[in-house]
Design a protein around this ligand. Structure first.
Ligand code: AMP
Length: 308
């Protein structure tokens, strides 16, 4: 596994290794790319494994992107453990790692970057409303990574598949739309959520939870499982009751629990056609939840409804 910290050395290596991965002059190798912010756990590993299974070469990036943090404390306390991460990456079948410095990604930061990507309305729904600028920051960094890595893959004669986790469902929706709108040479792939035995979605931020925070953290996924169970039984969704119970759980500072259209991320209402007069889902939907637990903000999500 090779690790690069500069944009030019990374792009050169990706183009060269892509060209080498061609089994015949006319063959088009598939290169998997997994962007991360590090502090890697089994959820990330699932992405590396999926990428390894479907591609000839796996590229990962580790970069804590300041543009997507609306809370400076969250940025400063975000776990950074590159040496440990490199071991995980090596064990997970990753071939090339991009771990750029802040100066490489954003020369002159915080003055730069001057030109940024905006996620528009789609970036202002739930996490976007709670964390102003978050999805613009995500779109900007992912756009840069797609240009650096996707561009080098294209130069080497390959095709790029970029892997993202369903855990950040709004992020996936924003990135899919960005690829369409900005014509990035990348196809977006999605991997399901990895949870621990209690149902808690794995997250780098879980490291900052104390033992006494865990029951509250687990209540988020428990609420989503309740809704999924109702959807599976074709029973009316009791979103209000589940929300009230979650909000009353000690240690949970609930921000939102909503059921949305999986593409537009807009709340499902009787007019949306995805729910009947009794509150029973008639089409695919997604539950999104966010809450502060102890020192961190946690999010979770679950696909609901007939055509999951
Ligand atoms: P992050 O390092 O938090 O930016 O996450 C990098 C990628 O890993 C994103 O596409 C996340 O959606 C994905 N990811 C994070 N947690 C999980 C999880 N528990 N299960 C599956 N994928 C995850």
């Amino acid at each position: 596994m090779d690790v690069f910290t500069t944009v030019s050395s990374m792009a050169d290596a990706v183009a060269r290794r892509t060209a080498q991965a061609r089994s015949a002059p006319s063959a088009v190798p598939t290169i998997g790319f997994v962007p991360t912010m590090g502090a890697l756990h089994s959820g990330h590993q699932e992405l590396f494994h999926a990428a390894a299974q479907h591609s000839d070469l796996v590229v990962a990036s580790v970069f804590v992107n300041p543009l997507q943090f609306d809370d400076q404390q969250d940025y400063l306390h975000y776990p950074r453990q590159l040496e440990q991460d490199l071991e995980v990456l090596r064990d997970s079948g990753v071939d090339l790692v991009f771990a750029p410095t802040l100066e490489q990604m954003y020369p002159g930061y915080p003055q730069g970057p001057l030109v940024r990507v905006t996620a528009g309305d789609l970036g202002q729904r739930w996490e976007g409303a709670a964390r102003p600028g978050h999805f613009d920051g995500v779109a900007t960094v992912v756009s840069k990574l797609f240009t650096i890595i996707g561009g080098a893959i294209q130069a080497g004669g390959g095709r790029c598949q970029a892997w993202f986790g369903e855990k950040d469902a709004e992020q996936v929706a924003v990135i899919r739309r960005m690829v369409e709108d900005l014509n990035h040479p990348v196809s977006v792939q999605e991997v399901g959520i990895v949870r621990d035995a209690s149902g808690l979605a794995l997250s780098s931020r879980n490291q900052r939870l104390a033992d006494e925070d865990l029951p509250a953290a687990r209540a988020l996924s428990a609420a989503l499982f309740t809704l999924r169970d109702q959807a599976d039984r074709r029973a009316p969704l009791s979103v209000d009751a589940v929300t009230a119970r979650l909000a009353a759980t000690p240690g949970v500072e609930l921000d939102y629990l909503v059921v949305v259209d999986p593409v537009t991320l807009q709340r499902i209402t009787a007019d949306s056609g995805l729910i009947d007069g009794n509150g029973v889902l008639t089409g695919p939907a997604r539950a999104l939840v966010a809450a502060r637990v102890g020192p961190v903000r946690l999010i979770d999500t679950m696909a609901l409804g007939p055509a999951r």
